[in-house]
Design a binder for this molecule. Structure first.
Ligand code: PMP
Length: 427
């Protein structure tokens, strides 16, 4: 049993000693002390079905025994910077990771987070092309350091720092966007930005295939081929941010970008790749990778033995337990059930996403799409009381983000929808 400090004591310490910007979900924030696969446990041993997985961070399940074993064994043997000596862990994981990517994408740079991966990717695009301008999508989240905060495009995540050479293109959002599901129409904005907002030459484009923080917005079909085409004609590189949509989560494919039928020049990843331990990666072609040989590039912990041993174990579990297929089967079933719920409740404006990356947007008016922010918070709180944890996101904070560990079952999906149904029926 748990013998640590109470929720009240932890809250007090957070208030006194931690960043005032740290936020938490729920009126009575949850004190999670244990995790096992798709479940979390609070200090009283109460079990919760976790349909958020720490922001899509846990992919094969909390404390998956194979991943824990790999991490513990490596920790007992050696933890170190991977930079100046040889160690097999980083090489083995790089080889395994590269085998999951299409085309010539086979050189891996490891980082410690998604932000760092995107910073590195954008710097490489700028160095390789000799251009500066980067295009990202409105409503995107790419990180919180200098360049990535520039490309992140929601005011709530942006501080007034200098945002140099970044252009935000129309978001190909099938629900709220002006052109519905016509991806090619939105992509014309990328061409117009190049024509009217730059010298005609750009360093690149960065985008998520399904916006996570943005509220599970799946890019309208046909968008990426068209946008990539404009960017490449202007000399730029195409960067796919797979921090949330990658690693088998979308079920139909291993990577989110594959559903749009494109092959990026650079792919970035983090979160799920380590099943909860801090690791990120940038994968690119041997030719582009050369740009970092012009100077010294150094990252003390990027690709350290413990995190890469964990990452390799994650890849093996995904394959052994067929988690991509499971994400597809259970995700499709869950989406169907959520769509039925939409037919029952006016409050649900949209159900969207792919695999185990699903969104449910709540509105008080279907025509005006007025965000039902208070209702979202209330339902989320009530669902927690009934033992189900979902995330929340989108610019208006009115979209449930359902991104459980990929071991989620149909029974879990039924329980989640039944609880959401019951909670909505009480509104
Ligand atoms: N890209 C995407 C798509 C993300 O969702 C996030 C984190 N929410 C990041 C990048 C940044 O990752 P990190 O928080 O690990 O820096």
């Amino acid at each position: 049993p748990y013998t640590g400090p109470s929720s009240a004591e932890i809250l007090q310490k957070r208030k006194e000693y931690l960043s005032p910007s740290m936020c938490y979900f729920y009126k009575n924030p949850l004190n999670v002390v244990d995790g096992k696969m798709q479940y979390l446990f609070d200090e009283n041993g109460r079990r919760y079905l976790d349909a958020f997985a720490g922001i899509a961070t846990v992919c094969c399940g909390h404390c998956h025994p194979d991943v824990v074993e790999a991490i513990v064994n490596q920790t007992k043997r050696l933890q170190h910077s991977p930079v100046v000596y040889l160690n097999h862990a980083i090489a083995d994981f790089a080889e395994a990771l590269a085998s999951k990517l299409p085309g010539d994408l086979k050189v891996v740079f490891f980082t410690n987070s998604g932000t760092e991966a995107n910073e590195l990717a954008m710097m490489m695009a700028r160095l390789y092309t000799g251009n500066h301008d980067i295009i990202s999508l409105r409503n995107a989240y790419h990180g919180n350091a200098a360049a990535t905060m520039g490309t992140t495009a929601q005011s709530c995540w942006k501080f007034s720092t200098i945002q140099s050479g970044v252009h935000h293109a129309l978001n190909p959002d099938p629900y709220r966007g002006a052109f519905g599901s016509d991806g090619e129409k939105y992509a014309r904005d990328v061409q117009e930005i190049i024509d009217f907002g730059t010298s005609g030459h750009v360093a690149g484009f960065i985008g998520e295939a399904i916006q996570g923080v943005g509220g599970i917005v799946e890019l309208a079909p046909g968008y990426l081929p068209s946008a990539y085409n404009s960017v490449r004609k202007a000399g730029g590189l195409c960067i796919a941010d797979e921090v949330q949509a990658g690693f088998a989560r979308t079920g139909s494919h291993f990577w989110g970008f594959e559903s749009q039928g494109v092959v990026p020049d650079i792919v970035t990843m983090a979160k799920g790749i380590g099943n909860g331990i801090p690791i990120g990666a940038v994968v690119t072609t041997p030719e582009i990778a050369q740009v970092l040989t012009h100077r010294s590039y150094f990252n003390t912990f990027g690709g350290n033995p413990v995190c890469t041993a964990g990452g390799l174990a994650v890849l093996r579990v995904i394959e052994k337990e067929k988690l991509q297929q499971n994400a597809h089967i259970v995700g499709s079933y869950l989406k169907e059930r959520l769509i039925s719920l939409k037919e029952k409740y006016e409050l649900i404006g949209d159900v969207r996403g792919r695999g185990l990356m699903l969104g449910v947007e709540l509105v008080t008016d279907h025509e005006l799409k007025t965000p039902a922010k208070a209702e979202t918070l209330h339902i989320m709180d009530q669902m927690k009381e009934m033992g189900v944890l979902v995330g929340k996101g989108g610019f208006y904070g009115n979209t449930f983000r359902i991104t459980p560990p990929l071991c989620f079952t149909k029974e879990n999906a039924d329980f989640l929808v039944d609880v959401m149904d019951y909670t909505m029926s009480k509104i």
